[in-house]
Ligand binder design. Structure first.
Ligand code: NAP
Length: 294
């Protein structure tokens, strides 16, 4: 299903996504479906931008009065120097994914990935402040997940990565963060309440169809987790991933990355529309339909 705006006329406003590539993004389907349902005269477009063009693109988009911009890979960090205001949370994470026009001109930026990550966890009642969370990976998604785990109040957050330099750079942001290598992971599992996969392992890939069957944790790993553990895979294609199939087989709470994607988009859209309530279920259904899962 392709969502279309109500109509385009002289008053239609523009929203969009800058990144490279952007062609496979679910965001246009989600946002345009919500805009249509809300009767907002605006359209959301994917806007491919090369890294060296980010500053020029943002200046041009400001000049034509664009109402809001999402930022995706590889510009979540490179866009930051071109913003006049950056939220405390985005500064902490070191990345923006949502940009909005400032009343005095120029752009402000924030990070709605953290709230998106937190949303499914906030629906659960768990003793976060007495528990350990493990985040697999040390890239952009891992940074949002780590910030989310600290905001949720986890007593201990451990990032597991394969690059010592990237792990070190995480501890420069969060001094209380602990780090571990993949070899050390198995020993940590028995005392873990939440394990979040923020690597692309298990993601459906056109270039490597075998990747779909891969998983960052084996069944033996999952058997070491306590019965109340939550397995959160930020990857959302395929749905479910091999990791979440394993988690369900062990009757653990399994959360996929689609809800994070939907929620970060809903929060961004509400921000651009002055705090209006947005139809989250319409966005969720549009994302599922775009993935052929409706
Ligand atoms: P990224 O910045 O490229 O980071 C990827 C991380 O995964 C890096 O730490 C990388 O390690 C690690 N990694 C990659 N392949 C690995 C492997 N085979 N073994 C061990 N570690 C590996 O990417 P990202 O933006 O963080 O995205 C990561 C995943 O999260 C993607 O699948 C993306 O789709 C998903 N995501 C989901 C949402 C959502 O809303 N649900 C939002 C953002 C991202 P090195 O540092 O050693 O290379």
């Amino acid at each position: 299903m392709t969502a279309t705006p109500l109509s385009i006329d002289g008053a239609t406003q523009l929203l969009g996504l800058i990144g490279n590539p952007v062609a496979h993004s679910l965001s246009p389907a989600m946002h345009n479906a919500a805009l249509a349902r809300m009767g907002v005269n605006a359209v959301y477009l994917p806007l491919p931008v090369a890294t060296e063009g980010v500053g020029a693109a943002l200046a041009g988009l400001a000049a034509i009065g664009v109402r809001g911009i999402n930022v995706t890979i590889p510009h979540k960090q490179t866009a930051m120097p071109f913003l006049q205001e950056v939220s405390a949370r985005a500064q902490q994470v070191g990345a923006v994914n949502t940009i909005y026009p400032l009343s005095g001109g120029g752009w402000g930026g924030t990070n709605t990935d953290v709230s998106g990550f937190l949303y499914p966890l906030q629906q659960l009642d768990r003793p976060w402040s007495a528990s350990t969370a493990i985040v697999l990976g040390s890239g952009g998604a891992a940074r949002a997940a780590i910030q989310g785990c600290f905001e949720l109040g986890f007593a201990r957050v451990v990032a597991v990565g394969r690059s010592r330099d990237r792990l070190l750079s995480l501890t420069r942001t969060w001094s209380q963060l602990q780090t571990a290598t993949w070899d050390e992971l198995a020993a940590l599992l028995p005392e873990t309440l939440l394990i979040a996969n923020a690597t692309p392992i298990g993601m459906q890939s056109e270039s490597d169809p075998a990747e779909i069957a891969s998983t960052p944790l084996s069944l033996e790993h999952l058997a070491r987790l306590p019965r109340e553990a939550i397995v959160y895979d930020l990857v959302y294609i395929p749905k479910p991933t091999a990791l979440l199939k394993y988690a369900a087989a062990r009757e653990l709470v399994a959360i996929d990355g689609l809800e994070m994607l939907v929620q970060q988009g809903a929060i961004a859209l509400s921000l651009w529309l002055g705090g209006r309530e947005v139809p989250v279920e319409v966005m969720r259904r549009a994302a599922l339909a775009h993935l052929g899962l409706d």
